[in-house]
Design a protein around this ligand. Structure first.
Ligand SMILES: [Zn+2]
Ligand SMILES: [Zn+2]
Length: 472
């Protein structure tokens, strides 16, 4: 979905791809950062025709069926608010699948499966009990949206009141993603679904309201202003008129800030998907929050000879956490290896006092299954890295950062399932009930050597297929 905006520099009408974290005007070349994209924002969809034109066509069609005196007594452009939620669902399924072997025998086979699918969901943010159009469906995906602006929506247009709060919308979205189960050939014993990278917007969708009069009798019709179909719905128009929202904006529309380091003024590299920006000049990292840049601290685990060896530094969130269930807390590595055992003898003395760390890839991913496997292995190793804060990162090849911290926390929960073996009953029981309590969070860049389609982490020697990553 594209957001239609006027370039803040030259005023040309341009598009901003919904997922882009930086904007470059194709007319004047200015580069700016759209703000508030991690918060709720309000948009509207513009009708393509006028109420009069659609009304005339409607009256013509009705008269053809029933040739009576009929005219439009009143018409309005009306916007109804819908919640729109987008994100990526990560779903782990543990269970059994019924399958037919090559010889023709049928049997059950253990199954552990990770699915990652993009998710888009729209539902009314107003009282839709008397309304026939519950979801806007997929067609809105192809439409352009405009930042909420009452003047452009029409000063005399009416707005249906938003009655489903943001919190209620979150609950609704959560309950729709967790609805899952088996089918005839699939038995699910344990599952988790996590919505990651979710973005909530309030989308004002246009309708036309007509009061038709025929021999003194009144009828009300509501028409979808894009498809021009009559829909089932009823609105108290007098209440709407008095209960006007005026020009008050429900959620902040899009805004722009300079795409420069707030510390030294250096322009960041143009990376449309990165959420944390490294400054090449002063080596600080920044994230936009509520219209301003906030510093993000990060550490680098240097390879011995950084300048000569051409390492690629990939960023991970290292989250130190306690795994909590109603019966027990798993706090140290001794506890951790009790749940996720390694096939070798461990030095009990060395792990007794160490905390549990989760390693979540912060770079953009192409193949979720491969990267998930890597993250699970890295986390299961619980390595220790030599790390430092550098004054200059100019020489280093740092990967872009795509996954913000709050989403990394959701991914840590997914990782619990990734590390669990299908055959390990006790671990499954714990993971099912487990919650994570985070203590310390660090953005850590680890050095990888590239060789023969693989990136190899230099200290653990774990390898990752280069084409599983989506690096610029
Ligand atoms: Zn411009
Ligand atoms: Zn700087």
């Amino acid at each position: 979905m594209n957001i239609a905006i006027n370039c803040p520099q030259c005023d040309a009408e341009v598009d901003l791809a919904e997922e882009d974290t930086v904007f470059r005007c194709r007319y004047c070349g200015s580069t700016l950062k759209p703000t508030g994209r991690n918060q709720v924002q309000s948009f509207f969809i513009s009708p393509q025709e006028t109420a009069q034109k659609i009304g005339k066509a409607l009256v013509r069609a009705l008269k053809a069926k029933n040739p009576k005196q009929l005219h439009i007594a009143e018409h309005h452009l009306l916007y109804a608010p819908y919640w729109r939620v987008t994100g990526m669902i990560f779903q782990w399924l543990f269970g059994r699948k019924y399958f037919r072997a090559p010889g023709g025998d049928k049997s059950w086979k253990d199954l552990k499966k990770l699915r990652a699918t993009p998710w888009v969901h729209t539902f009314p943010a107003f009282d839709a009990s008397k309304w026939g159009l519950f979801s806007l469906g997929l067609r809105v995906q192809a439409l352009k949206i405009w930042p909420f602006n009452k003047q452009e929506m029409g000063n005399d247009s009416l707005l249906l009141k938003q009655t489903i709060s943001f919190k209620e919308a979150i609950d609704h979205a959560q309950s729709s993603i967790t609805k899952q189960g088996g089918s005839g050939s699939l038995q699910v014993h344990m599952a988790t679904s996590e919505l990651v990278g979710e973005r909530y917007s309030l989308l004002y969708f246009p309708f036309y309201y007509y009061t038709l009069k025929s021999n003194g009798r009144k009828t009300v019709l509501i028409v979808d202003a894009l498809s021009h179909k009559v829909i089932k719905g009823s609105v108290d128009i007098d209440e709407l008129k008095t209960d006007s929202l005026g020009s008050k904006i429900p959620y902040k529309p899009l805004n722009f800030i300079p795409y420069n380091c707030p510390n030294c003024g250096w322009e960041f590299s143009f990376r449309p998907h990165t959420t944390i920006h490294f400054c090449k000049s002063c080596s600080r990292a920044w994230q936009e929050r509520e219209g301003a840049y906030v510093a993000v601290s990060y550490k680098i685990s240097l390879h011995d000879k950084p300048a000569k060896t051409h390492c690629k530094y990939l960023a991970f969130w290292r989250l130190t956490a306690t795994i909590k269930t109603p019966d027990r807390e798993y706090k140290t590595l001794t506890d951790f290896y009790d749940l996720f055992p390694l096939p070798r003898v461990l030095n009990q003395e060395a792990i007794r006092n160490r905390n549990i760390s989760f390693y979540i890839p912060a770079f953009r991913i192409k193949n979720v299954i491969i990267v998930d496997k890597f993250a699970a292995r890295l986390t299961q190793m619980q390595p220790t890295f030599a790390e430092s804060e550098l004054d200059s990162t100019e020489e280093l090849d740092l990967s872009d950062i795509w996954l913000p911290l709050n989403e990394a926390k959701e991914m840590a929960h997914v990782l619990l399932y990734s590390m669990t073996k299908e055959t390990h009953k006790k671990t499954k029981e714990v993971v099912k009930k487990a919650e994570l309590q985070f203590m310390d969070t660090t953005l850590l860049c680890l050095p990888f050597m590239e060789k023969d389609f693989y990136l190899r982490e230099t200290q653990t020697d774990l390898a990752l297929q280069t084409n599983a990553l989506d690096l610029d």
